[in-house]
Structure formats: structure tokens, C-alpha cells
Design a protein around this ligand. Structure first.
Ligand SMILES: Nc1ncnc2c1ncn2[C@@H]1O[C@H](COP(=O)(O)OP(=O)(O)OP(=O)(O)O)[C@@H](O)[C@H]1O
Length: 576
């Protein structure tokens, strides 16, 4: 049905590595099928688009489903090296009654003929006849009158405070087709502008297509002959096989390595697919209360289902103010740089000018660890000791990766994460919630409870009885070692906490039953062999008690030195 409703004169047009072009884009051979012309489809990675009638031609890096583009013009980096205002070349895009352009995700710049019109923007530089202004105003979507667009492209080493975020190899442009033109197109008409610059719809057929169906077709470029659908699905399957279709940046991922590295160097907004607010509102049943998955520091998270069938978690930021926009930008920047099997993928986000700031993540269906340990999904000892050990190692590996990846984030500061991870370790050992108001006032906080037990040498009181602490010597040894490691993570003094790398390494050693100090200091080769064997070469219970702690950072047993380590074990959790 979708196929027959598609304008048969305008099937999606193959365009090399860019995939298929569909309205509002078309090629030079089929100008009536689109509003913006793409050239060089037969030359991979050299396709160009003309921005408006008589507008500039720019190279296309990516075309996204929501009509956003990543463009580049190789001339700018050279010009910018001069650091002068006049080094910026501008291009003027004439206004059209059929569509408009938006620069949603970057610090767009304009060259204005009149200095006074720059009010409301941050001035970047001003030279005799030129005013170069920095676009930093969420309410302005398009260039102010009298200004033309400049898209500077910076080299990676450029350190300007205003410009450090500007994409080094290209820029982002969103094409917004007017509603009249979309309606016209959906009725198989052609959008035209008459000699007075007014909109006209020629050759339309009346019909009752609804907007969402059109959106679907435009979004996915599906609707040509059946064969085309087959071709598309083969194309998608191939991309999936290559493992790039499902990646967070899939829609921007190019098979050209040079183009890919350019994209990876992108600023906060690049490389992330953009979703429309309405699509996400639809996916979450208008942010229905019943779809709420939980609340976090930045916003509420909702379950949603996208039109393409993907299940997603949509995070809606609490307030749409400038600070939030900054946090939004940070989170995107961080997430797009991360690739780890234990970290949730970011599928995309809304434009920062959208009605709401939304982040779209891969949906994780099985709840949180806390749900399974002591929440809605908990059932006694469903999580056995080996499972808990694996959860600890996998989580530590993700955190160690984050710390190694040079990411600075509100809650990604090394040693406070180590503290939080210590609490997770105790949760895994004890199956108790991190905070429980029904506990004794000094033990509401699980960290305090754990510290008290460890100091009293009463780890058995801490460990969930169902784990076999008393019946299985190996579990007893491992649980004791993990408790001691958690104890180190929970030090009030940040400096006393081990790094996440060390924590991960120690957990791995505990898992394979490797004794600490002795093996480490004696035969390095033995140690390697041990690891490669992947089985406990020594019976863990024979290992010297508390050797773990000696090995990590301190020469003495925690039991004997805890008073020195913990200045105040009754204070509430301090994680920063
Ligand atoms: N991708 C997801 N899949 C399923 N549920 C999720 C997902 N992301 C978050 N949730 C649910 O929403 C809750 C809040 O998530 P959020 O990421 O905002 O929490 P947080 O880590 O505490 O937040 P923050 O880092 O902003 O302080 C989570 O505890 C979880 O229950």
C-alpha cells in the first residue's frame, strides 16, 4: 500500500555512499522530484548539494533521515588559519517559500553588514566593514536580516574559547520543508515558487493521506517499486552485517575511513542522529506517566517505541534552559565518544531548538541491578555468586573504560565513581539497598553499615546468606576479598581509594582465585600463565588472609588500620 502511494515519478534515487535520495533531495536528472539538487551521485564521497537556487555547492558527508545534512567545504580550514575576520568567506543562501535552513547544532556564524544588528548575539570579531557574529541564541533559528551565513571550519588545534566546539571538518544543516510544500508533495504535486517568490503547487492530486504516513515514507525513503524495497533491505542488511547499522552513529557512519575520522572529531552535535520532538512524543505516548522507566539527575526516562520498531529509552531533561542545553550538549558529546559493550548506546537526540531536550538511548529491558537484588524483580538468590562476580567485573570494566577515555563529566570524576562502585560491590554482596531508612540511623547508609561490619571482622553478617558464604569455602574467600576491595573504595579520603583500573584488575584476580601478594611479587611469567589458563591454580582459601589489601596499595591489613583510614565512618555518604 505504501508503495503504490508513493509518487511513482519520483522513486528514491541511489546516490553512492549516501544511500538513497528522497524528497526534498533529488538529482540533476529529476529536478521535479525534489527541492535541493544533489550532484555527483556516481562519484562516491564527492557528492555535492546546491543550497538554494544559485546558492553555493558544498560537499555532502551525510544525509540523515530527518533531512539534516553534514556538509563540508574544504576551503575554510585554510582560510581560518589566518585568524582574521576577513578570512571568513561567506555564502548567501537566498530565502525560499518552499523550505528554510536551520543550523541546529553548532555555533553558527554570520557576517553582518551592519554592526548594530548584532544585538542579542555574542560578537566574535569586528573589522571595518565586517561584523562577524557568533550565533548563540536559542530563539534565533535563521540568520538575522542583513547577515549572511559563515561556516568556519577549524583545525583540531584551534583553541578559541568560542569556537572550540565548532566542527573541524564540516557543518550541520537542517532542511525544513514548509507544511504547504509537504502537503503538495504528498498529493503528488510539485512545489514551485512563482516569479514573486510565492509558493505554488502544480499538478497535485487530492487525496487523504495522513501526515504520519508521509513522514514515514520521507523518513525511510521507502515507497518505490517492490524491487526497490528489496534493494533497500539488502542494503540495510549489509550495513547490519558490517556492524554499522546499529551503532549509535549509524546514520552518520560512512564507509570511507577518512570521512569517518572527520565525523568522530565532530563537536557535540555531530554524528548523532536527530529525532523530531513529535516522533518521540508519539513513541512515548506523549510522555505518558505509565511509560516512565525512572528518574535521574537530569531528567525523567520513558519507554518508547520508534516508528521503525526500535525500543528506546527517551530521557527528557527537566528544564529547557540554557544550563540544561549545556548539559544536554555535554551528555551528547560524551556519549558519542563512547563505545563499550557495557555502556548503553545513544541512538540520537532532538535538536537543541526543539520543544524539549530529549536523548534517545537503546532500551535495556531487564531493569537495574537494584531491581534484581532488592527491588521489583528480586527473588531469593536468583543472582548467584558467579553472576554477581561477573556483574561486578563487567561494571568495573565499563567504568575503567570511562576513566581511561579522558571524559570529564559531572559524575564521572574518577575517585567519586570508585566510591559509588564500592557501594555497588556491597549491594552485590549483601543484596541490601544503598539507602534504607528502616535501618539503624548509623546504618541507613549501606556504606557505613559495610564499614562497620568489615571493621568488626564480621563480613559474614554483611553477605547475603543465600550466597553460600558458610557452606562454600571458595565463595567465602571471594566474598571476603570483594568486601575488602569495597572497603578500600569506600575510604573517605579520595586519595586512599584505588583507581578503577586497579579495582578491575583485583576483581579479575579474585574471580580466577589468584592469590595476591605472593604471585604478584614472585614470578611474573607464572602470573601470565595463570591468567591464560583461566582457572584457579591455587585454592583461594589457602591464600593469606587480607593479602588483597596489601597488594593494592597498603602494607597493612585493613582490620588493623581501619581507624587511620576512616576519619568518620558515621557521616553520610560522600561521593565527591
Ligand atoms: N536505556 C535505558 N533502558 C531502560 N531503562 C533505563 C535506561 N536508561 C535509564 N533507565 C531507567 O531510568 C532511570 C533513570 O535513568 P538515568 O540515566 O536518568 O539515571 P541516573 O544514572 O541516576 O541519572 P544521571 O546520570 O542523570 O544522574 C534508571 O534508573 C533506569 O531505571
Amino acid at each position: 500500500e505504501e508503495v503504490t502511494e508513493f509518487n511513482p515519478r519520483c522513486p528514491p534515487l541511489p546516490c553512492g555512499n549516501l544511500g538513497f535520495l528522497s524528497f526534498p533531495f533529488s538529482d540533476a536528472m529529476n529536478p521535479e522530484c525534489g527541492l535541493l539538487k544533489v550532484d555527483n551521485c556516481s562519484e562516491p564521497f564527492r557528492q555535492k548539494i546546491q543550497l538554494g537556487k544559485d546558492g553555493p555547492w558544498l560537499y555532502i558527508k551525510e544525509i540523515n533521515q530527518d533531512n539534516s545534512l553534514i556538509l563540508s567545504d574544504q576551503v575554510y580550514p585554510d582560510r581560518f588559519k589566518n585568524h582574521f575576520c576577513r578570512s571568513f568567506q561567506n555564502f548567501t543562501i537566498s530565502r525560499s517559500p518552499l523550505y528554510s535552513f536551520e543550523f541546529p547544532f553548532q555555533l553558527a556564524m554570520f557576517n553582518c553588514s551592519n554592526y548594530s544588528i548584532t544585538t542579542g548575539f555574542d560578537l566574535l570579531c569586528n573589522e571595518s566593514n565586517h561584523s562577524i557574529i557568533f550565533y548563540n541564541h536559542t530563539t534565533h533559528r535563521s540568520p538575522p536580516a542583513g547577515c549572511s551565513v559563515i561556516q568556519p571550519q577549524l583545525t583540531k588545534t584551534q583553541k578559541s574559547v568560542f569556537l572550540h566546539n565548532i566542527y573541524s571538518g564540516g557543518f550541520f544543516l537542517q532542511v525544513n520543508v514548509t507544511k504547504e510544500c509537504l502537503d503538495c508533495y504528498s498529493k503528488r504535486g510539485q512545489c514551485l515558487s512563482d516569479s514573486n517568490g510565492k509558493f505554488q503547487c502544480s499538478g497535485s492530486k487530492t487525496g487523504n493521506r495522513n501526515k504520519s504516513r508521509l513522514g514515514l515514507k520521507l523518513g525511510f525513503g521507502i515507497g518505490g517499486p517492490v524491487l526497490l524495497i528489496v534493494a533497500l533491505s539488502i542494503y540495510i542488511t549489509q550495513r547490519r552485517r558490517k556492524g554499522i547499522y546499529d551503532s549509535p552513529n549509524s546514520r552518520y557512519t560512512s564507509s570511507d575511513p577518512s570521512s569517518k575520522s572527520d565525523l568522530e572529531a565532530a563537536s557535540a552535535y555531530f554524528g548523532v542522529p536527530i529525532f523530531s520532538y513529535s516522533e518521540l512524543a508519539e513513541a512515548t505516548n506523549n510522555f505518558n506517566h505509565e511509560k516512565e522507566l525512572g528518574d535521574g539527575g537530569f531528567g525523567t526516562v520513558y519507554y518508547g517505541k520508534l516508528r521503525d520498531g526500535r525500543e528506546v529509552a527517551v530521557k527528557r531533561l527537566y528544564e529547557h534552559n540554557y544550563r540544561r542545553v549545556e548539559q544536554f550538549r555535554n551528555e551528547i558529546e560524551i556519549l558519542t565518544r563512547l563505545r563499550h559493550k557495557n555502556l548503553v548506546s545513544l541512538y540520537g537526540c532532538t535538536s537543541r531548538h526543539s520543544q524539549g531536550l530529549l536523548l534517545v538511548y537503546e532500551f535495556i529491558p531487564n531493569g537495574t541491578i537494584a531491581d534484581h537484588l532488592h527491588g521489583d524483580r528480586a527473588s531469593p538468590c536468583l543472582l548467584t555468586w558467579p553472576i554477581r562476580m561477573n556483574i561486578a567485573i563487567e561494571t568495573a570494566s565499563a567504568l575503567a573504560y570511562l576513566h581511561a577515555s579522558d571524559i570529564i563529566h559531572r559524575d564521572l570524576t574518577d575517585k567519586s565513581d570508585v566510591y559509588s562502585f564500592g557501594v555497588v560491590l556491597i549491594e552485590l554482596l549483601s543484596s541490601m539497598p544503598a539507602v534504607d531508612l528502616s535501618r539503624h540511623k548509623h546504618e541507613i547508609n549501606l556504606a557505613n553499615l559495610a564499614i562497620n561490619r568489615i571493621k568488626k571482622q564480621a563480613i559474614d553478617e554483611l553477605v547475603d546468606p543465600c550466597l553460600g558464604f558458610h557452606s562454600d569455602e571458595e565463595v567465602k574467600w571471594m566474598a571476603t576479598s570483594v568486601a575488602e576491595l569495597a572497603f578500600l573504595c569506600l575510604q573517605q579520603n579520595k586519595e586512599m581509594r584505588p583507581s578503577m583500573d586497579v579495582v578491575l584488575e583485583e576483581l579479575q584476580r579474585i574471580k580466577i582465585g589468584e592469590c595476591k601478594l605472593e604471585n604478584l611479587t614472585r614470578e611474573d611469567d607464572d602470573k601470565k600463565e595463570l591468567k591464560s589458563m583461566q582457572q584457579p591454580p591455587l585454592s583461594p582459601p589457602h591464600c593469606e588472609e587480607s593479602a588483597l589489601l596489601k597488594n593494592i596499595m597498603l602494607p597493612r591489613s585493613p582490620i588493623s588500620v581501619t581507624e587511620n583510614w576512616i576519619s568518620n565512618n558515621t557521616t553520610p555518604t560522600v561521593s565527591n
